[in-house]
Design a protein around this ligand. Structure first.
Ligand SMILES: Cc1cc2nc3c(=O)[nH]c(=O)nc-3n(C[C@H](O)[C@H](O)[C@H](O)COP(=O)(O)OP(=O)(O)OC[C@H]3O[C@@H](n4cnc5c(N)ncnc54)[C@H](O)[C@@H]3O)c2cc1C
Length: 427
């Protein structure tokens, strides 16, 4: 069959190579001048290409679409991905949290093995953005005459598959006909890498529902005025708590203050769980290892050692300098001598250390999000083949679908696994 793959990103390269291995004639279109522009920036340029955990553990890390992805993740596991890449000639290593990287620490090596070793025989058409995808029934030869299908096409292939859908792909270079089309256009974040959301437009054109897209794995904006004074400060071993539409969430680890709010590993994780919430209450526990009683004991000791000093001196033992100053202001005890602090004020210090309020002001823009939440409604896609239930012969793989997962190599594994199942089961 003659198959078009729209997008030479992670899922597009993977599906194209697998389809070519199955004997199909494959053309990949990409608006960029080269393949895998987003892959280059993954894992801070090192590409965390999968997460070596069991399929069940994997699915625990999927935020949207876990049930839909189940079959694909079991059919092409993280171990299968590691073996696959090793067989392509990419040596890999496993780091903390089962994260798999190329041994070379170069994301470009992932793209290279996909493009050069997997995609043998695939035709790449770079700088050739797909403008539209249309479908017609291939009943008559008159349709073939309607389109300028002299380019790259063997008409016989269409004559054999009469009564089936045939697809017209329009690019700046003309119209092209195909038996099957795989849309692998990615999400809408980091649009400079080429993922500008065109896949949603194509899907909509075929009557697909698009689940509204939201930022996921991104920084959180805060309303608090003190944010700018804290920009660049990172906090380790803290707990970020959230009451989201009445449901409680908490994450322990590292975070940092940005120009407009907070970021860092626990913030990214939280962002993906609250991007559709109506009401979000956020607070920080600066000392999650201590309960209120232990904290009170600690404070009493610190007070004893600093009796005649300003309270800021005690706070400096608890927080980084800029945070200590803000904290004194938030509890209303600036420039107070330690020996003047009353019992209720000490209790307020303890409760504020354990529940420091942060005022949620939404998520950072989708442009800065690591992944897009939302996309082509998975209820309208076959989870084994990734074929549209609305249009025979049309497929969607990777981030264009309404699927997303946490950081750790899970999103790329979704790209590989959906592409693998699509290629394997395409009829
Ligand atoms: C900064 C950053 C770091 C990340 N790090 C990791 C990580 O370490 N591990 C991990 O698992 N995930 C990571 N991700 C997420 C991961 O990169 C994506 O989930 C993955 O690339 C999605 O693959 P895809 O094939 O669906 O889309 P993409 O890789 O985005 O590819 C889409 C392709 O389609 C092309 N395209 C779009 N529209 C058209 C059109 N109209 N015509 C032709 N071509 C078109 C684009 O040019 C692009 O090449 C990261 C993401 C970002 C932004």
């Amino acid at each position: 069959m003659k198959i078009a793959v729209v997008g030479a990103g992670a899922s597009g390269l993977f599906v194209a190579g697998c389809l070519a291995r199955n004997g199909h004639s494959v053309i990949v279109f990409d608006g960029n001048e080269k393949a895998g522009k987003k892959i280059y920036i993954t894992g801070k340029g090192r590409c965390n290409l999968t997460n070596l955990c069991s399929p069940d553990d994997f699915l625990q890390n999927v935020v949207r679409g876990d049930k839909f992805l189940r079959s694909a993740i079991y059919n092409f596991t993280s171990q299968d991905a590691v073996d696959f890449f090793e067989n392509l000639g990419l040596k890999t290593k496993v780091e903390r949290g089962n994260r798999v990287f190329p041994l070379s620490d170069k994301a470009s090596d992932v793209t290279k093995v996909l493009e050069n070793n997997l995609c043998k025989g695939v035709e790449f058409r770079y700088n050739e953005k797909v403008l539209s995808i249309d479908v017609k029934k291939s009943q008559t030869n008159s349709f073939l005459k309607e389109c300028d299908c002299s380019k790259d096409l063997e008409k016989s292939s269409y004559e054999e598959t009469s009564q089936q859908n045939i697809f017209v792909i329009k690019t700046c270079n003309g119209d092209f006909l195909f038996d099957r089309v795989v849309v692998a256009t990615g999400g809408k974040s980091y649009s400079l890498t080429g993922s500008t959301g065109d896949g949603y437009k194509f899907a909509k054109n075929f009557g697909h529902n698009i689940v509204p897209i939201k930022s996921s794995l991104c920084a959180i904006k805060l309303k608090d005025d003190f944010i700018q004074k804290l920009q660049g400060i990172s906090l380790k071993n803290v707990s970020l708590h959230c009451d989201v539409d009445g449901k409680k969430l908490s994450y322990f680890g590292e975070m940092l203050f940005t120009d407009k709010g907070i970021s860092g590993p626990i913030v990214l994780t939280l962002s993906s769980k609250i991007n559709r919430a109506k009401k979000v209450d956020l607070w920080l526990d600066f000392k999650p290892a201590l309960d209120e009683k232990q904290l009170e004991q600690r404070l009493l000791r610190d007070f004893e050692d600093n009796k005649n000093k300003d309270i800021e001196k005690v706070f400096l033992g608890l927080f980084p300098k800029a945070v200590a100053e803000i904290f004194a202001n938030v509890v209303g005890l600036e420039k107070r001598k330690v020996n003047s602090i009353k019992k209720e004020e000490r209790a307020k210090i303890v409760s504020t250390i354990k529940k420091f309020p942060l005022h949620f002001d939404g998520l950072y823009d989708i442009e800065t999000a690591v992944v897009t939440s939302g996309g082509v409604d998975t209820a309208e896609i076959n989870p084994k083949t990734f074929e549209s239930k609305k249009v025979k012969g049309l497929y969607f793989v990777g981030e264009v679908l309404d699927v997303d997962a946490l950081t750790g190599g899970f999103n790329l594994q979704i790209a590989w696994a959906t592409a693998f199942s699509c290629a394997k089961n395409m009829k």
